[in-house]
Each structure stands twice: as structure tokens, then as C-alpha cells.
Design a protein around this ligand. Structure first.
Ligand code: HEC
Length: 223
């Protein structure tokens, strides 16, 4: 076989290889598996952490309180009691000592990840923001769900009222408390009464349920 013949054979082999390669690339593009927007099944109680940190699977947004209304009547003493949980890792005092976590004196409205000398996670450093009432409210519900990758290994405080009281305490725990915004105009009453209908009448009056009037109180026995 002369070299011309060999060239033809090599050419044929290369041509086939290129053909197979092109077919594969085209096929992959056509048949690329599509991820469903919603998972086919939802496991109750499992927090999904987005792999890329993209926040796509962020927890369902909770209505934010109207701080102008709730802060004025918050229970700061109850918030201080809740803050005992934080003290395992955070110094709350004006000494601003770094513990497992950064000091929290004056944390409201402070810039995120701004305590010099504390080794923050990339997650906290990478998303600049201020610790506004809203941010604290969302973060403290479930730190790991709101900022996946945070070093704060704390489950969170699920009850809205507990968080509001805690934030009211954090606001007071400083030399110069952050201002309380003006209450929002009452155009969204739905958010103000989350448990409407579920609350029993406090004064013991017969409750009219959705199924009509409740049974009348037992008549006094006539002797
Ligand atoms: C198990 C220890 C631990 C507990 C308990 C804890 N934290 Fe933290 N916290 C941390 C750590 C660690 C960080 C730093 C997070 C990072 O860098 O990702 C942090 C960060 C924070 C930040 C961000 C501060 C900044 O300078 O940006 C706030 C706000 C905060 N914690 C509030 C609280 C509150 C309020 C509580 C109590 C309800 C609490 N933490 C309970 C460990 C804890």
C-alpha cells in the first residue's frame, strides 16, 4: 500500500470520528433533560438548600410586619429573655466582645459583616446589606434557609411574635436606637389580623361560629 492509500484510510477514520462527535453534540442538545419547575413530590419539613446559592428555593416569603405598628407594642422584656439563646454565641453587651459569633450590641441597621476581626462566612460578606428590621426578621426565622452557607448554626425562631419582641429588644440594646418607621396606612388590614376567625371571644360571650350561633348557655335550673 502506498502512502496515498494510507491517507485515504486515515481520512476515512477521522471523518467517521468527527461525524460521531457531531451527532453526539447535536443529540445532547436536542435531548437535554429538562428539570421540572416544581419537584414532583414535596417532603414536608425538609428545607431545600439551593446548590448554587441562587436563592431559587428560598423559603416561602412570610408577610413582613408593619414595624411602625408592632415595635411600639412589642414586649422588650420577653425579647430579652429570648435573646438568652443568642448569648451562647454572641456578646450582647456594650463591650462588643467577639465570641463564636460577632457582638450584637447595636446590630439593628448595622452593615452586615462589619465587625472588624470577626471571620465572617463568604455568604454574609458576599451579600452586602444592612440589618434592618426586615432583614433581621427574615434571617432569624431560619438563618440557614435565608442565607445558606452562613456559619450561624442556629435553627431559628419560627414564631413571628417572638421574633418581633427579640428585634424590639435588639433595637433597644444600643446607645442610639434605630428610628421606628411611621405606621403604614391601614389599607391592608388582612396582614394585621393573621388569626382572624380563630380567636375565641375573650370575654366569655357565646361565640358565633361559622355554622350559626353557638348553643345557648344552660338555663338556670328553677327549683
Ligand atoms: C450557635 C451559635 C450562635 C447562636 C446560638 C446565635 N448565633 Fe448569630 N451568629 C453566629 C455566627 C457564627 C455568626 C456569623 C455568621 C457568618 O459569618 O455567616 C452569627 C451572625 C449573626 C448576625 C450577623 C451579624 C453581623 O455582624 O453581620 C446576627 C444579626 C445574628 N447572628 C443574630 C443572632 C441572634 C439574634 C441570635 C439569637 C436568637 C443568634 N444570632 C444566635 C452564631 C450564633
Amino acid at each position: 500500500m502506498d502512502s496515498f492509500e494510507w491517507n485515504k484510510i486515515i481520512g476515512a477514520v477521522l471523518g467517521t470520528a468527527i461525524f460521531i462527535f457531531v451527532v453526539r453534540v447535536v443529540a445532547e442538545n436536542i435531548y437535554e433533560p429538562e428539570k421540572p419547575a416544581k419537584p414532583g413530590y414535596v417532603v414536608e419539613g425538609v428545607v431545600e438548600t439551593p446548590a448554587g446559592g441562587g436563592g431559587a428555593a428560598a423559603p416561602v416569603a412570610e408577610a413582613l410586619p408593619d414595624w411602625g405598628t408592632v415595635l411600639a407594642k412589642a414586649d422588650i422584656a420577653a425579647g430579652k429573655a429570648t435573646a438568652a439563646k443568642c448569648e451562647a454565641c454572641h456578646d450582647l453587651s456594650a463591650a462588643k466582645t467577639i465570641k463564636i459569633g460577632p457582638p450584637l450590641f447595636g446590630v439593628v441597621d448595622r452593615a452586615r459583616a462589619s465587625i472588624a476581626g470577626f471571620a465572617y462566612s463568604g455568604e454574609l460578606k458576599g451579600h452586602p446589606a444592612n440589618w434592618t428590621y426586615d432583614e433581621l426578621y427574615k434571617f432569624l426565622k431560619s438563618p440557614g434557609a435565608y442565607l445558606p452557607g452562613t456559619k450561624m448554626s442556629f435553627a431559628g425562631i419560627s414564631k413571628s411574635d417572638d421574633r418581633i419582641n427579640l428585634i424590639a429588644f435588639l433595637r433597644s440594646n444600643t446607645d442610639a436606637p434605630a428610628p421606628i418607621p411611621a405606621p403604614k396606612p391601614a389599607e391592608a388590614p388582612a396582614a394585621a389580623a393573621p388569626a382572624a376567625g380563630a380567636a375565641p371571644a375573650a370575654d366569655g360571650a357565646p361565640v358565633k361560629g361559622p355554622n350559626g350561633p353557638a348553643a345557648p348557655p344552660p338555663a338556670p335550673k328553677a327549683n
